[in-house]
Design a protein around this ligand. Structure first.
Ligand code: PMP
Length: 404
């Protein structure tokens, strides 16, 4: 598929040590490490181009604008959107969902109308709807899950009524790894005349996502989870939807003309990009998308699937192991608890062995409540992880168990 050792050389941080031990980085669902091409593009852009986009007539400003708009085209191609008018740069998934929640609810919904989310959402796909609910009197309906961590589609269908105005669902759970059948869920929503926002934070880095094939109305994702820089992300929206929605923030860049009597907003996508954008972030995100595209999203998916299957098999050999998220459709996230060992103790002791995992509620407390737990230990894989690192995790867990 691809030469994993060569790939690892593209990520200088992977060869560092922590506490004198080789770093085993298994916290990719939180953020991914950056390849040289991404870091170098940040430096190059600041060293040799840096200017404010869309403003100046001077050479640097024109070049910065060209790079920014070329990055928008790279994102368009990556998710197969129809036009670059459908690609809005944001600070990340959280800002993309906040943008849509504010803009959609306040312009399209009346008190008593409903948004459907699921029991496995990240807080960033729950709280913005609650904030809008407090402001506008909308209600939130929740799709339940089974013990394996799969959405109950029959229950999903039953939630629809004439009051339903939007579905907002996670593509891949950051806790369970479940890959939700979003294409089918979008068909069901569309049959009721309801648009769908897909939280792609955990799908975009790990699999091919084609917004036209899914027929998604909106999609949100973060650059830093797909080997790009922090502070940059994307909201995709179908052009006819984005055209209808009002701006989220206002100020410079998002206007065509301003007088004290009347302001005319800019056209798409600039209507949603108030202020000086993080153009360097956008350009470097495009380099990250080039990087994963060159490896092949299908190859990345297959590699991470192999790691996940191996991890599930080896972890299940450990006595007292409880795994959360056992769907057949599962990506590279494995959440677990062992015996009576607290997740925080397990995470802290694994860290001493050089193994970076995440512990806690993973910003998904309603899901923890569903399972009656406070938190889990989570190992999450990226394209550069190896089977030997899965072995290191399993050996690490066994060492921790001996200490208890
Ligand atoms: N949704 C999911 C499924 C996530 O995993 C995350 C990040 N953990 C987010 C949303 C929020 O992403 P960000 O913090 O980059 O805005």
């Amino acid at each position: 598929m691809f030469d994993i050792q060569k790939v690892r050389e593209d990520f200088p941080i992977l060869s560092r040590t922590v506490y004198g031990k080789p770093l085993v980085y298994l916290d990719n669902a939180a953020t991914t490490q950056k390849p040289r091409a991404v870091v170098e593009s940040i430096a190059n852009e600041y060293y040799s181009v840096n200017a404010n986009v869309h403003r100046g007539v001077h050479f640097l400003s024109q070049q910065a604008t060209e790079h920014y708009e070329a990055a928008r085209e790279t994102v368009r191609k990556f998710i197969n959107a129809r036009t670059t008018n459908e690609i809005v740069f944001t600070r990340g998934t959280t800002e993309s969902i906040n943008l849509l929640a504010s803009s959609f609810v306040e312009s399209q919904m009346k008190p008593g109308e409903e948004v459907i989310v699921s029991n496995m959402e990240h807080h960033s796909n729950i709280v913005p709807w609650q904030v809008e609910a407090a402001k506008c009197g909308i209600a939130i309906k929740v799709i339940p899950i089974n013990d394996k961590g799969e959405l109950l589609l029959d229950e999903y269908e039953k939630l629809f009524s004439p009051k339903t105005k939007l579905v907002s669902i996670v593509h891949v759970s950051n806790v369970l790894g479940t890959i939700n059948p979003v294409k089918k869920m979008i068909q069901i929503a569309h049959a009721h005349g309801v648009p769908v926002l897909v939280d792609g934070a955990q799908s975009i880095p790990h699999m091919k996502v084609d917004v036209q094939d899914l027929d998604a109305d909106f999609l949100a994702f973060s650059g830093h989870k797909v080997y790009g820089p922090t502070g940059i992300g994307v909201l995709y929206g179908k052009e006819d939807w984005l055209d209808r929605l009002p701006p989220y923030q206002s100020g410079g860049e998002m206007i065509q003309s301003v007088s004290f009597e009347k302001t005319v907003f800019n056209e798409l996508p600039f209507k949603f990009e108030a202020g000086t954008p993080d153009y360097v972030g956008s350009v470097s995100l495009a380099r990250a998308l080039d990087y994963v595209s060159a490896l092949g999203m299908d190859n990345i998916f297959a590699h991470e699937k192999e790691l996940t299957n191996y991890a599930m098999k080896r972890l299940k050999e450990i006595e007292g192991m409880r795994i959360y998220g056992e769907s057949e459709q599962k990506s590279g996230v494995v959440s677990f608890l062992v015996g009576q060992i607290h997740h925080l103790d397990m995470g802290t002791l694994l860290d001493q062995l050089g193994i970076a995992v995440r512990t806690g509620h993973h910003c998904a407390q309603p899901l923890m409540i569903r399972y009656g737990i406070e938190g889990t230990v989570r190992a999450s894989f990226g394209l550069y992880n190896t089977l030997a690192e899965v072995d290191a995790l399993v050996d690490g867990i066994k060492r921790v168990m001996k200490m208890f």
